[in-house]
Design a protein around this ligand. Structure first.
Ligand SMILES: Cc1cc2nc3c(=O)[nH]c(=O)nc-3n(C[C@H](O)[C@H](O)[C@H](O)COP(=O)(O)O)c2cc1C
Length: 221
């Protein structure tokens, strides 16, 4: 598939057929994704291919309450877990439907991506706000996994809910104390591949010279 086409049409896939993904295909995907950029080319990503059903179930069970809070807060009109003005709901309704968590044992591929923090130059960590730059050394790798999967006719989604319960999943995943849980990535043959993606126009987020400058007026041909 042509690169621009792939970039414009790779939507999140959360439902898969029962068709398995063989190890050679998964290895090929990871072997392509490893060319992703990272700060200082330190490649801090680490990947666990989680096959064990009990481990998957533990991940899902620990993540469920995070999803419930996400859904409740969204219903209240909040951006859940944002660090500017988020207020945890007084009560969280349990059991919000989540196909991935409900059927995690059946998802063809479950990858947990971690970052070895000893290998990440976290440029903004001295600021009085949570870091965002640290993630930049691992999320391009995650996105490359999803794009490489697409090239193999697969689909998937990157999820981050489980990072909220990182301390609880640390033991079950054997995550060393200095590694952070970056994402859980689900892959498989899509039950349906969304290709018409809803995204803001560039006029909505690009300005000239300064963020309070005039809109960048050019239009894509
Ligand atoms: C950093 C990040 C975190 C995400 N976390 C989750 C998640 O926890 N659960 C989930 O189902 N999807 C998650 N997604 C997928 C987004 O919901 C999805 O990319 C977005 O809604 C666009 O969907 P579309 O590609 O179908 O248009 C995440 C995506 C990113 C990039």
């Amino acid at each position: 598939m042509e690169l621009t086409e792939a970039l414009r049409t790779t939507g999140a896939v959360r439902r898969f057929t029962s068709e398995p993904v063989d190890d050679a295909t998964l290895a090929a995907i990871l072997d392509t994704a490893r060319f992703a950029p990272s700060g200082g080319n330190r490649q801090p990503w680490r990947v666990a291919v989680v096959r064990d059903s009990a481990t998957r179930r533990t991940i899902a069970d620990l993540t469920g309450p995070v999803w419930d809070e996400y859904v409740t807060a969204s219903r209240e009109g909040q951006v859940p877990f944002n660090v500017v003005d988020y207020e945890p709901p007084d009560t969280v309704e349990p059991g919000a439907p989540n196909e991935l968590l409900a059927h995690i044992e059946d998802v063809p591929v479950v990858l947990v991506v971690a970052a070895d923090l000893s290998q990440v130059a976290m440029m903004d960590v001295v600021l009085r706000r949570p870091t965002v730059v640290g993630g930049a050394s691992v999320y391009p790798f995650c996105w490359s996994i999803l794009l490489a999967a697409r090239a193999h006719g697969l689909g998937g989604v990157m999820t981050t809910l489980t990072s909220r319960v990182e301390p609880q999943v640390r033991d079950v995943l054997g995550l060393p104390p200095t590694w952070a849980l970056v994402a859980t990535i689900f892959l498989g043959v899509p039950a349906h591949q969304p290709t018409k993606l809803r995204r803001d126009e560039i006029s909505g987020f690009v300005t000239l010279d300064r963020f309070d400058g005039p809109a960048f007026a050019a239009e894509a041909p």
